[in-house]
Structures are given as C-alpha cells and as structure tokens.
Design a protein around this ligand. Structure first.
Ligand SMILES: [Zn+2]
Length: 275
C-alpha cells in the first residue's frame, strides 16, 4: 500500500498528540501514539514526553521487534502494546493510547460501555469492551490488547485508559473521540434515569451494515453473516442471550469484565416491550 512520506507522518503524530491533549483525552506525559512508516518500521512517541507539546525530537523510529532504529531517548513504555496491534492486524496503520477520563471513570465504577445505544457507534465500532486489568507497560497488557484487537478497534483498559487502532492516525483519533463522547452521553443518560439499549434486531442490522460498508476487524468481518456475532449478548436478539436490561456480567471471551449496572431501573425498552 501507498503510505504518506515520513515527514507527513511525523507532522501527523505531532498534530494528533496536540489534539489529544487539547481534547483532554490525556494529560502530562500520559499516552502514546504510533504509525507505520513501512512494513518493517514504526514511528512512535518516546517515553516521558508531553503529548501536547511534541516535537520531532520526541519521535523514535523502531522496527517490528521494538529495536530502536533512529531517534533520541527510548520508545514509548507501551511499545509492546503498539507492536501487538500491528502484529495482529495487517490493516492497522496507526495506534493511539490515551487516558480519556470518562471512559476510565466507567471502568473504575465497574460499568460496562459494551452496550448498543448509539447507531453511529454500532455501525462503526460495534461495541466498546473493557479489558481486564493488567499493569501498564507490561507484556501481559500487550497480550490482553493483542487478543482483543482482533475483534475490536476501540477498547477501554480497566483502571487505565483506552486503545484505538485504524488505517490512519485521523481514524484512530476519531474513534478515541467517539469513545469519550459515548461515555459522556451514557453518563448523562444514567444521571437522567437510565440507559436504554437499541432494540437487538436494530443493533444486529446496524452492525451488519457497518461491517459491509466500512469494514472492521478481520474477525468481526468474518462473522458478518451471523447476526450480531461480534456484539455482546446484551445487544443480541438470539434466544438464551439474556435480558438486555439485566444486571450482571457481560462475558465476552474474557475481556469484557465490567459489570452492567444501572443507577435506577432501566426505562421502557425501545421496542415497546417495557412500560
Ligand atoms: Zn497509559
């Protein structure tokens, strides 16, 4: 594939680091960004730099094994996590890890964001899982992300932050913005009385349309003819999938762990089956 030249990708890393900071998706030395330069080389932020004030000197070139090729300082402390995303997904060209505060708050509260509530999110992301906690900067966290990124483009890291991947830095940044936007909307809805899910049939229809129209993680695309197969049970219409309004665990291959809880009983189902 044809990639932008290095100069352009460097400018994009600097620009999207600044935008992440200005949008309050990270603060201080938090987070890290990377982009593929070639099949073998990845340009990433160095460890211990302010993402809102990035300069060329804060960018490090590494190979697919994490060895530094060029640049000052060491590559990001989450290098293994970034490399895992590129290793698992040939279609991924950019990775952004940030600490969006409302998404992190949902994980601290044990409230899952893996719901089907906004059509544009179901179309483009499916749902947003929360990965079980692993210590920052470890290979265990990288493996947790590697497992999930096969099926998801945007993930919450329990007690930590978020990871988004995409075919460009702009795409990954949009997903990150969307995650935090959804979290704010869900928080507002909870404050107003509860979050109503889309009807399962509509969620399944939207997801199929989205995968066919926009593509997505290869494992999700492979399941496009199985209605809602890449959605959590709360979004599916299949029998035995449980009641979308029920409290409890949302088990999704071991990486959606947050409890679905409601500040107050859920309002009427959108399909009219409630009050
Ligand atoms: Zn982090």
């Amino acid at each position: 594939m044809r990639r932008p030249p290095e100069r352009q990708l460097r400018n994009q890393l600097i620009e999207f680091g600044r935008r992440c900071y200005e949008r309050r998706l990270l603060v201080g030395m938090d987070g890290n960004l990377s982009v593929r330069l070639t099949e073998e080389l990845i340009l990433c932020t160095r460890t211990g730099c302010h993402k809102g004030m990035l300069t060329d000197d804060d960018l490090v070139l590494i190979d697919r094994r994490g060895n530094k090729v060029r640049g000052q300082g060491e590559s990001t402390s989450e290098t293994a996590m970034h490399l895992a995303c590129y290793r698992e997904r040939a279609d991924v060209e950019a990775v952004i890890h940030a600490h969006p505060p409302m998404c992190v708050a949902f994980s601290l509260a044990g409230v899952s964001m893996a719901r089907c509530v906004l059509p544009e999110v179901v179309l483009t992301l499916g749902t947003i899982p929360t990965l079980t906690y692993e210590t920052t900067g470890t290979s265990a966290l990288a493996e947790r992300v590697a497992e999930a990124v096969r099926r998801f483009d945007a993930m919450v890291l329990d007690h930590h932050g978020a990871v988004c991947v995409g075919p460009s830095l702009l795409d990954a940044f949009c997903k990150l913005e969307t995650m935090e936007h959804v979290a704010h909307i869900m928080k507002a809805a909870r404050d107003l009385g509860g979050v109503r899910d889309l009807p399962p049939e509509e969620s399944e229809r939207l997801r199929r349309t989205g995968l066919l129209r926009y593509g997505g993680p290869p494992e999700a695309v492979a399941m496009v003819d199985q209605p809602g197969a890449d959605l959590p049970e709360v979004c599916r219409s299949c029998s035995g999938c449980g009641n979308p309004s029920a409290e409890g665990l949302v088990p999704e291959a071991g990486f959606t762990v947050a409890r679905v809880t409601h500040a107050s009983p859920i309002l009427a189902r959108v399909d009219g089956s409630g009050r």
